[in-house]
Design a protein around this ligand. Structure first.
Ligand code: NAD
Ligand code: ISE
Length: 335
């Protein structure tokens, strides 16, 4: 089978990690083109690849006839423009999360995809491919702990880049829990509140940490601790409390060491390390779906639903009170 010819827009941290995955880990694709608003970075990445040319704009890359499918890994605010252009060109697009930074922008993408008549978009909610989250979902589906009543989550980053803003704690970080609990619990989020604990002095001007409460349509409650300057490591935690038991994501290290009266294990340094298997499985599924012409994985609807919850959480943070989440009716296209 011919390789999928891929173009990558945004070759920063995750863009370069996805290029490594496409060129060195997974079979079945070739990176033909790259671009970035930082042209020097785009050039150095293009020069490091055997077949890639550099484009000066994302729109040129999308038009390039040697590109069959596009990866969008630029900053969130630029995703809408590129995903809409991919849909207009009829090219499959893998868009890193968030699909877009507002629900209105996600709805414009949804309307364009429905009008095109075929799914083209996969959103980078990679936790759905993580072996630990997959096992957690299987446990819940098996009925082993009864109906889920509550879930406790923690999303801890050791630090965040200089361009990170307080709103991104919701739109860029909590958005992962927002998506994964919808998927895990097979439920929609109906309301949200955001509390602001004592500020971490390491966080500078950022409002950090946050405590986010998500109310599910079933009545289940989810709490999310979001800490983005916690220093000790990248730590993702989740525990579902059911009617007759609890199911918990295990520590992600493979060994623990007991020595000199202490008990130790490794904590991942960042998302690349913690979710490496999930990103690989996510991209395997995306390449297979592009080849088969049958899109799978998190859809534009999932990107929109997550953005609607993010908008409500941002309003909850701003106004200091609970906000309802109003979702549009889901087009049958996404069933
Ligand atoms: P980054 O800052 O390291 O890289 C982003 C790159 O995009 C930079 O090189 C920047 O110059 C470029 N860029 C910005 N605006 C652009 C535009 N309009 N056109 C072209 N290039 C543009 O950021 P990152 O950490 O790699 O994050 C990129 C995206 O990936 C974000 O949406 C982020 O939320 C997402 N992300 C997802 C995960 C995950 O776990 N799934 C992890 C990290 C980042
Ligand atoms: C980053 O963009 C990611 O997506 C990581 O998975 C997340 O942990 C981090 O907080 C985000 O900034």
């Amino acid at each position: 089978m011919a390789a999928v010819r891929v173009g990558v827009i945004g070759v920063g941290m995750i863009g370069q990690d996805h290029i490594r995955r496409l060129t060195r880990v997974l079979a079945g694709s070739e990176v033909m083109a790259v671009t970035d608003s930082d042209l020097a970075r785009a050039k150095s990445v293009a020069d490091s690849l055997p077949a890639a040319r550099m484009h000066t704009t994302g729109q040129d890359l999308i038009r390039d006839s040697s590109v069959d499918a596009v990866v969008v890994a630029s900053w969130g605010a630029s995703h809408e423009e590129y995903v809409l252009a991919c849909i207009a060109a009829g090219k499959p697009v893998f868009c890193e999360k968030p699909l877009a930074t507002t629900q209105e922008a996600c709805l414009r993408i949804l309307e364009a995809e429905v009008a095109f008549g075929r799914r083209l978009v996969q959103v980078g909610f990679m936790r759905r491919y993580d072996p630990a989250y997959v096992a957690l979902k299987q446990t819940l589906s098996s009925g082993a702990i009864g109906a889920p009543l509550m879930m406790h989550c923690a999303h801890r980053n050791p630090s965040v880049p200089a361009h990170y803003t307080s709103d991104m704690a919701i739109t860029d970080t909590t958005v992962h829990e927002i998506d994964v609990v919808r998927w895990l619990l097979d439920d929609e989020i109906m309301a949200t509140s955001v509390l602001t604990p004592r500020r971490n002095r390491r966080a500078g001007e950022l409002r950090d940490p946050l405590f986010v409460l998500l109310e599910m349509a079933s009545g289940a409650l989810v709490d999310v601790e979001v800490s983005v300057n916690i220093d000790y490591g990248y730590d993702i935690r989740g525990e579902v409390v059911g009617e007759s038991g609890v199911a918990t994501l295990a520590e992600s290290n493979v060994i623990t060491v007991k020595r000199s009266g202490s008990f130790m294990g490794h904590v991942p340094v960042d998302w690349r390390e913690r979710f490496i298997a999930a990103y690989d499985a996510e991209f395997r599924a995306w390449l297979d779906s592009v080849e088969a012409g049958v899109p799978t994985g998190p859809s534009t609807w999932d990107g929109y639903a997550a953005a609607a919850v993010c908008d409500a959480a941002l309003a909850a943070l701003r106004e200091g009170r609970r906000q309802l989440v109003a979702l549009q009716k889901r087009p049958s296209f996404y069933d």
